[in-house]
Design a protein around this ligand. Structure first.
Ligand SMILES: [Zn+2]
Length: 268
């Protein structure tokens, strides 16, 4: 028996044994809980062309990590990724790779200024292939960073992907919970041109899966959603079969004296 079913029946039994009355509604509520536990980590928030953040959205705690940054520039990130980014920079350094952070958290207002500036230069259509509409930037989450190197003169260029630093990141960032968010050849899916400098933290397990499968974040979330639906379908099938089994009916009846599955019309 699945452990969550076990705990429900143990609860029912203990309540009964202690002289308490077990309500039908309590059992039903517990059943619902058992089937709908779905915990999603905060750092797996999806922000893209379709999904936006609230204008007011701001990470709980912003900090400045202890890593190389461009001189005189203060870069802030969500405190939740501080350790991982520091470890990543250390890991790179051990292999002779010197990374530099150029940008991290950007507020809605800052993004708005940036967006308007690039639209003026390149026009709306072109600008939107490389700069996000305010609210649609991953940088507003504080979980995305733009990385570069001294050799690249601290610029963000496509050629970064062919440098030692860019290649190291593409092959190692997942070990620290980051993914290359806008890979080459996936422009149609992500909505952005290839950005070898933009890395997004989503946690170790998911980052590794994405790296191994050569997925984008969007493709991976879609895959997970399909998997979840399939599991839900199978679980429901199992639930119906199990709930209607005489074993369960007898067990509940024996322990509580009530037949919860007898009638649906006389609800409480
Ligand atoms: Zn970026």
């Amino acid at each position: 028996m699945e452990s969550r079913f076990k705990s429900i029946f143990i609860y029912v039994k203990i309540t009964y044994d202690m002289g308490g009355k077990v309500k039908k509604t309590t059992i039903i509520l517990l059943m619902l809980l058992a089937f709908n536990v779905n915990i999603k980590a905060d750092n797996q928030i999806l922000v893209n062309k379709q999904e936006a953040l609230e204008k007011e959205y701001k990470p709980e705690k912003l900090i400045s990590p202890e890593i190389n940054s461009v001189k005189y520039r203060v870069v802030l990130i969500d405190e939740a990724i501080k350790d991982d980014i520091e470890k990543m920079f250390e890991g790179a350094k051990k292999e002779g790779i010197e990374l530099v952070i150029l940008s991290g958290y950007r507020s809605y207002e800052y993004q708005k200024g940036l967006y308007n500036r690039y639209v003026k230069i390149d026009g709306k259509e072109k600008a939107e292939t490389y700069v996000a509409i305010p609210g649609h930037s991953e940088h507003q989450t504080g979980l995305a960073v733009d990385l570069t190197s001294e050799k690249e003169l601290y610029q963000l260029k496509e050629t970064f992907g062919e440098t030692e630093e860019g290649m190291w990141l593409a092959n190692n960032a997942h070990k620290y919970g980051f993914i290359l968010r806008y890979p080459k050849g996936k422009e149609e899916i992500t909505g952005y041109m290839y950005e070898p400098w933009h890395f997004r933290h989503i946690g170790y397990e998911m980052a590794k899966d994405i790296y191994d499968k050569k997925y984008t974040f969007e493709e991976h979330l879609k895959y997970l959603e399909e998997k979840r639906l399939e599991e839900e379908r199978r679980r429901n099938e199992y639930k119906n079969k199990y709930m209607n089994s005489n074993y369960v009916k007898r067990y509940v009846f024996k322990n509580t004296g009530i037949n919860i599955f007898k009638s649906k019309s006389k609800g409480e």
